[in-house]
Design a protein around this ligand. Structure first.
Ligand SMILES: [Zn+2]
Ligand SMILES: [Zn+2]
Ligand SMILES: [Zn+2]
Length: 343
């Protein structure tokens, strides 16, 4: 009996959680790429965009006439640096604590109409450098113990502007998802004496089935325990904890893999593919965190066409996540995509 062709559970060793895979439900004919939408056309500069060079933002501040990348403090940040310390604990039942932090926005380029697949490699490399610099600068603040860089791409993912940009949120405590992963990675390190993601990557490279893209320094794969359709992980091939640890060559390789990966995504449904992505890196709490292995997660919600999307509802809210498309099939479909942008 072939385990993977019947309903089964898969374990996510990073979060120590299980997901339900129902491959028999994906036997329906593949309907990707059915509706080829004309590519949305945007002007290189939009006078109404709050991220374009020279424009005024909602908070009243004006962007400089920037020519490459541009970083600014979010005018409506979810966390503030000067929050006074305060705590509540009633019998372990009602617990709350103040949280200090900072939120910044990073514009990838002055070009309003660009997306990663059309950006020149040298410009993407500049974005990687900004990520590394922000991690160093913000991580060095004494009250900041975690740096979260993430990108919402597409209105469907809640991006407030189509202008190419991402965010960096930093705060006192390691957030829930990375904290879970670090706990599991520490437990694995205690048990086997090796890095969870180094071992996992070696296994995936040997099997090959879930690998989508490769270069000398990075691997992009659909994780065995994927929940989101066409979910991917990008892993540094060297065991390093953080973006600032990347060498110049590795940064170029990262720009390469991100451009190819987002091109595959866009070609899959012939649209600018929506996703949320973000980096998981070593906390900046002063400990060495040898268990941390630099990686990014890509979570795209699109299922079978540019209009059918995955929602976490019903069984997934009450039981656990469930998916029809296996990681192996998703990787296979992504591998079939041209690395030349369809547009
Ligand atoms: Zn813009
Ligand atoms: Zn590792
Ligand atoms: Zn992670």
């Amino acid at each position: 009996m072939n385990l993977f062709s019947h309903p089964h559970r898969r374990y996510n060793p990073l979060t120590s959680e299980w997901i339900l895979v129902s491959p028999h439900r994906a036997d329906r004919p593949w309907q990707g790429q059915v509706e080829k939408r004309p590519p949305e056309s945007r002007p290189p500069y939009d006078p109404g965009c709050y991220l374009c060079p020279g424009n005024e933002r909602a908070g009243g501040n004006r962007n400089p006439p920037y020519e490459s990348t541009f970083v600014f403090q979010n005018d409506f940040g979810a966390m503030l640096p000067d929050t006074p310390p305060s705590e509540l604990d009633r019998h372990d039942l009602l617990r709350a604590a103040s949280e200090r932090g900072l939120c910044r926005v990073i514009c990838f380029s002055p070009r309003h109409d660009w997306t990663l697949p059309v950006m020149p490699l040298s410009d993407i490399r500049r974005v990687v450098d900004v990520w590394a610099r922000q991690t160093v600068e913000l991580g060095a603040l004494d009250y900041i113990h975690h740096v979260q860089i993430f990108e919402n791409n597409g209105a469907m993912m809640g991006a407030s502007s189509p202008h190419p940009h991402c965010q960096v949120w930093v705060n006192e405590h390691v957030p829930t998802e990375p904290a879970k992963e670090l706990r599991s990675s520490s437990a694995y390190l205690d048990k086997y004496g090796t890095c969870l993601l180094c071992d996992y990557m070696a296994l995936e490279l040997a099997e090959g089935e879930r690998i989508v893209l490769l270069n000398e320094h990075f691997v992009a794969l659909v994780p065995f325990w994927a929940v989101w359709p066409f979910e991917m992980m990008v892993l540094a091939r060297r065991h390093i904890g953080s973006l600032p640890d990347l060498t110049g060559q590795e940064r170029d390789a990262l720009a390469d893999i991100m451009k190819r990966l987002t091109t595959c995504y866009d070609n899959l449904f012939a649209v600018s593919f929506p996703y949320s992505m973000g980096w998981h890196q070593s906390p900046t709490d002063g400990d060495s965190h040898i268990e941390a292995h630099l990686h990014a997660h890509y979570y795209p919600p699109l299922l079978r066409s540019s209009t059918v999307r995955k929602f976490m509802v019903g069984y997934e809210m009450l039981g656990n996540p469930q998916r029809d498309l296996t990681a192996e099939t998703a990787a296979e479909r992504l591998r079939q995509m041209s690395e030349v942008l369809y547009r």
